[in-house]
Design a protein around this ligand. Structure first.
Ligand code: DWN
Ligand code: SAH
Length: 401
């Protein structure tokens, strides 16, 4: 029997669910590359000691984050607004002094850092995906094309021991070696420095059975309990956690160097909720597994019925998340004709694994589809507003949720 180990403690932990063979979630590809497509085994584990849901195997970071990373933060107007508000909140709460230094990891196309371009704030972005890092630089952002790691500290000498805040969004869960991440942050932060990051929240994923949050890039799905336990292994402590509606339910964590012995009342209350809702224990993870299997059955039932009635189905939003749904449920171009998307790097290519054509969203209104599978369900409001005529023409939005 295979043994599974926790990525942080190295101790033996339990397997929860195997979603089967998966391609690179953002590996949209051309027909000529179908034969050499890479697959790995998407197995999810749970550490009871750290209350931490995590992947077993995953591709090496360079296979996912390189010069062809096709996700751009600025592809969503509502996320642009969210990042503006995130920045304003941080400025008001933590950056009141004359001169501040901030770092963002996973700064992508510079959408968040763009809000900090004032003469009082010195900023730096760590972004290993060269195409998006270059785009940020073109926009005037100080972005270095590097993974955030001990090895890249030499590129950030001015920030060592002097950084006020290290920010992140949807990136800490992408870092396999969290121990090195925390040690690198420790070197950069000043005595009063903070790490502030927001990531998909385990509680929201359980509630919605949105198992599509699990794919190669998302090595961990965090809860407040897990984050507090991880940082507690070091000289850091969680001081606040603020729920966010973004990406289907996220949590913003605020971490600082350990000062007090106890957690504050707000954090204690969240621990209690996570305990009550079994977000911190094996039971919650096993329940999630059952819900995933049920969800797959229901979705396949629904799609089979629609097809038997002779209806046409397309997809909308070629998300990374869609790769898990399509491959786990074995849904190909015989069921979903094509997926509409706004991203030039995806258009004209095929979806990873199942090879559904990706088509420019401008063509969505040119041919009528009875059903549109909204893979970008986290951007429902924005997309339904943009495509409001679809419902008027009798079209129906569907999701797996
Ligand atoms: O954590 C991650 C998040 C932040 O972004 C990364 N690991 C990868 C990526 O995940 P995703 O691909 O699931 O993200 P989104 O934001 O759900 O993807 C939206 C997709 O939908 C993009 O391909 C753009 C497209 N889109 C569209 O066609 N029309 C998006 C909007 C808002 C639209 O109106
Ligand atoms: N923060 C943006 C982008 C999220 S996608 C947003 O919320 O929209 C994840 C990003 O993290 C990608 O741009 C990827 O290249 C980057 N990334 C992955 N591993 C990283 C690491 N170890 N250090 C810094 N950035 C990383």
């Amino acid at each position: 029997m295979e043994k599974y180990n926790c990525k942080i403690t190295g101790k033996k932990i339990k397997k929860i669910i195997n979603f089967g063979k998966m391609p690179i979630a953002n590996g949209f590809l051309k027909k000529k590359d179908f034969k050499k497509e890479f697959f790995f085994d998407l197995t999810v584990l749970f550490s009871e000691e750290l209350s931490l849901l995590q992947l077993n195997d995953h591709p090496k970071p360079r296979m996912m984050f390189n010069s062809k990373y096709p996700f751009y933060t600025s592809s969503s107007e509502s996320m642009k607004l969210h990042f503006k508000e995130y920045a304003n909140w941080a400025k008001k709460k933590f950056l009141k002094k004359n001169k501040s230094k901030i770092i963002e990891i996973g700064s992508n196309d510079g959408t968040f850092l763009n809000n900090f371009r004032t003469k009082d704030i010195e900023h730096l972005g760590f972004e290993p995906s060269k195409n998006v890092s270059d785009l940020a630089r073109k926009r005037g952002i100080n972005s270095i094309h590097e993974f955030f790691s001990r090895d890249s500290l030499s590129k950030a000498e001015r920030f060592i021991g002097t950084t006020d805040i290290i920010f992140g969004a949807n990136v800490v869960c992408h870092i396999p070696n969290l121990i090195e991440f925390i040690k690198t942050a420790d070197k950069l932060l000043n005595d009063n420095g903070k790490i502030i990051f927001e990531e998909p929240y385990l509680g929201s994923m359980y509630k919605k059975t949105s198992y599509d949050q699990i794919y190669d890039e998302h090595i961990f799905i965090f809860s407040v309990t897990a984050i507090s336990k991880i940082f507690n292994l070091f000289d850091f402590q969680i001081i606040d956690a603020i729920p966010q509606i973004t990406h289907g339910g996220s949590m913003r964590y605020i971490i600082e160097r350990k000062k007090k012995r106890n957690y504050n009342n707000k954090i204690k209350k969240i621990f209690e909720i996570e305990r009550r809702e079994k977000i911190n224990s094996l039971e919650g993870a096993l329940n999630f597994k059952k819900n995933c299997e049920l969800s797959k059955e229901k979705l396949l039932d629904k799609l089979t019925k629609i097809k038997k009635q002779g209806h046409k189905i397309c997809g909308y939003g070629a998300t990374s998340k869609s790769t898990t749904i399509l491959n786990y449920c074995n849904i190909g171009p015989d069921i979903i004709d094509c997926i509409f998307d706004t991203t030039p790097d995806k258009i004209g290519k095929f979806s990873p694994g199942k090879h559904i054509p990706i088509v420019d969203y401008k063509n969505f209104t040119k041919q009528f589809y009875d059903y549109a599978f909204l893979f970008a369900w986290n951007h429902k409001k924005e997309i339904e507003k943009k495509e409001k005529n679809y419902l008027k023409k009798g079209g129906k939005w569907i999701t797996h949720l």
